[in-house]
Design a protein around this ligand. Structure first.
Ligand SMILES: *[C@@H]1O[C@H](CO)[C@@H](O)[C@H](O)[C@H]1NC(C)=O
Ligand SMILES: *[C@@H]1O[C@H](CO)[C@@H](O)[C@H](O)[C@H]1NC(C)=O
Ligand SMILES: *[C@@H]1O[C@H](CO)[C@@H](O)[C@H](O)[C@H]1NC(C)=O
Ligand SMILES: *[C@@H]1O[C@H](CO)[C@@H](O)[C@H](O)[C@H]1NC(C)=O
Ligand SMILES: [Fe+2]
Length: 434
């Protein structure tokens, strides 16, 4: 009798402990090893695609030789290419390293939500891509700070399962960290996903590979990851915007000037003033350094940018802000100025792609009032926007290689909650400020 009671007590105690203890991640995994795999010099490698203005897609690939043409042949049935587009090429030198030829070719106009077959440089295998839909629902996958470790591989495999339309990456891609051939292995690692769906990225600190007086730090990143900045009237690849279905997405640069007299600030004001919420009821913003972060890692690093730009984003009724940098996951309430605000943005830190630096385990205690959910695990997010008012946000933790939905919440847009009308005047006032 006593014994079975004791067992019951022990079992209950264990249940309580396991429910309240946080999941503790194993240490970071090894960097992936890429065996040397020589290809014919004109063979297309590191293929990835990105949105390039309405109904257009930019196809980027690398060849070892300088002579293969920047031509993409494409069509809606396999091996039957009905259109051809010619693009441009670039390359760069970085100390002893010399990149392959990087080709950027824009194809279109394309039909929405349609499967296309394509081939690069008249060579190599056929690839497939699907264009995003023109209407809701639309699904984004989100994960930053990817790197190229065995954890990255798991994250990518899970992203691949989520039937997304466009991937959003808030900075820190390859973790090449000056060793240029790692950009090439990263390109190869991503190709199976990024050749099929647009990958939209912004820069993180690991994209800055400065050598004082010798090299502009963003040269490798800008050469390889050309984003639609001129298509959105920006003069820098470090900040730009695009529309997909009923969503306007703004990519900001945590490592470009952002003070009130900067190009970035001026461009952001102009871009926000053009957003038409009847056409794009959802407004998302991404950048690398989080503004709302209760992890011990990178405390306060985003404060300066937040001070300058948060009033602008608040006045414009930005729905969600995604950031990276902190290698963990955190979701806030709707916030503004450090406090909960029903017309503010939800801030999500999702720098949990699985890079070689490992996780940021230490959190500030007690958990601030604005912080709803925080966990130091690798994973990725899936943002399914159903219509102009409702979206389902899910964060999948990579728990021991299983795809586990760990945080899940319905988010109502500010368009849906009446904040837009309330704040119309506020935006107008800020926009006319000198
Ligand atoms: C690569 O671009 C340069 C101009 O930037 C051009 O002269 C050259 O013909 C291009 N190469 C190919 C193979 O298209
Ligand atoms: C190739 O595509 C075109 C246009 O879609 C179609 O008219 C033609 O029948 C196709 N040819 C073959 C061999 O499938
Ligand atoms: C960019 O500027 C041009 C000229 O002012 C304008 O016609 C076009 O609509 C602008 N595009 C965007 C995306 O703002
Ligand atoms: C939007 O989607 C949500 C969730 O699917 C649904 O409950 C709601 O009725 C939809 N609203 C409209 C206007 O269709
Ligand atoms: Fe970072």
């Amino acid at each position: 009798m006593m014994d079975s009671k004791l067992v019951l007590v022990v079992v209950l105690a264990l249940l309580v402990v396991s429910a309240s203890s946080k999941y503790v991640r194993p240490p970071p995994r090894k960097t992936l090893h890429f065996p040397w795999d020589p290809k014919p010099s004109s063979y297309p490698q590191q293929v990835h695609i990105s949105l390039a203005g309405a109904k257009h897609i930019r196809i980027t690939w690398v060849t070892s030789d300088r002579y293969s043409p920047s031509i993409v042949e494409y069509g809606t049935s396999s091996k039957n290419y009905t259109s051809t587009a010619r693009g441009e090429n670039t390359s760069y030198k970085y100390l002893l390293y010399r990149s392959g030829t990087i080709h950027h070719t824009v194809i279109g106009p394309l039909h929405d939500d349609t499967l296309y077959f394509y081939r690069c440089g008249r060579e190599g295998p056929e690839f497939q891509l699907k264009t995003p839909p023109s209407q809701f629902p639309v699904t984004f996958s989100v994960a930053g700070d990817l790197g190229q470790t065995e954890w990255t591989k798991t994250t990518l495999a899970h992203i691949d399962q989520c039937k997304y339309d466009v991937h959003l990456l808030p900075g820190d891609l390859s973790y090449a960290d000056y060793i240029q051939h790692r950009w090439d292995t990263f390109g190869e690692l991503l190709q199976p996903l990024a050749s099929r769906r647009p990958w939209m990225v912004t820069q993180g600190n690991h994209e800055m590979e400065n050598i004082p007086f010798l090299k502009d730090g963003f040269l490798p990143y800008n050469s390889r990851w050309k984003m639609p900045y001129s298509e959105s009237n920006s003069t820098s690849n470090l900040y730009y915007s695009f529309d997909v279905a009923g969503v306007h997405v703004i990519m900001l640069g945590s490592y470009a000037d952002y003070d009130k007299y900067s190009d970035q600030y001026r461009w952001l004001k102009a871009d926000l003033s053009k957003v038409n919420r009847r056409r794009t009821p959802w407004l998302l913003v991404l950048f690398h350094m989080p503004w709302y972060n209760s992890n011990e890692a990178h405390q306060g690093e985003g404060d300066e940018m937040m001070e300058t730009m948060e009033p602008l984003l608040h006045a414009a009724c930005v729905d969600i802000v995604f950031a990276g940098h902190v290698h963990a996951y955190e979701r806030s309430k709707r916030v503004f100025n450090g406090r909960s605000d029903r017309c503010g943005a939800v801030h999500i830190t999702i720098g949990d792609g699985g890079n070689k630096e490992g996780l940021a385990h230490e959190y500030k205690e007690p958990q601030p009032g604005w912080s709803v959910f925080r966990e130091a695990s690798f994973g990725h997010g899936e943002f399914k926007i159903m219509n102009s008012t409702h979206a389902l946000w899910r964060w999948h933790r990579n728990d021991d290689d299983q795809r586990v939905t760990s945080d899940q919440v319905w988010i109502i847009s500010l368009f849906g909650s009446g904040c837009l009308l309330k704040k119309n005047g506020e935006l107008r006032k800020i926009l006319v400020e000198p």
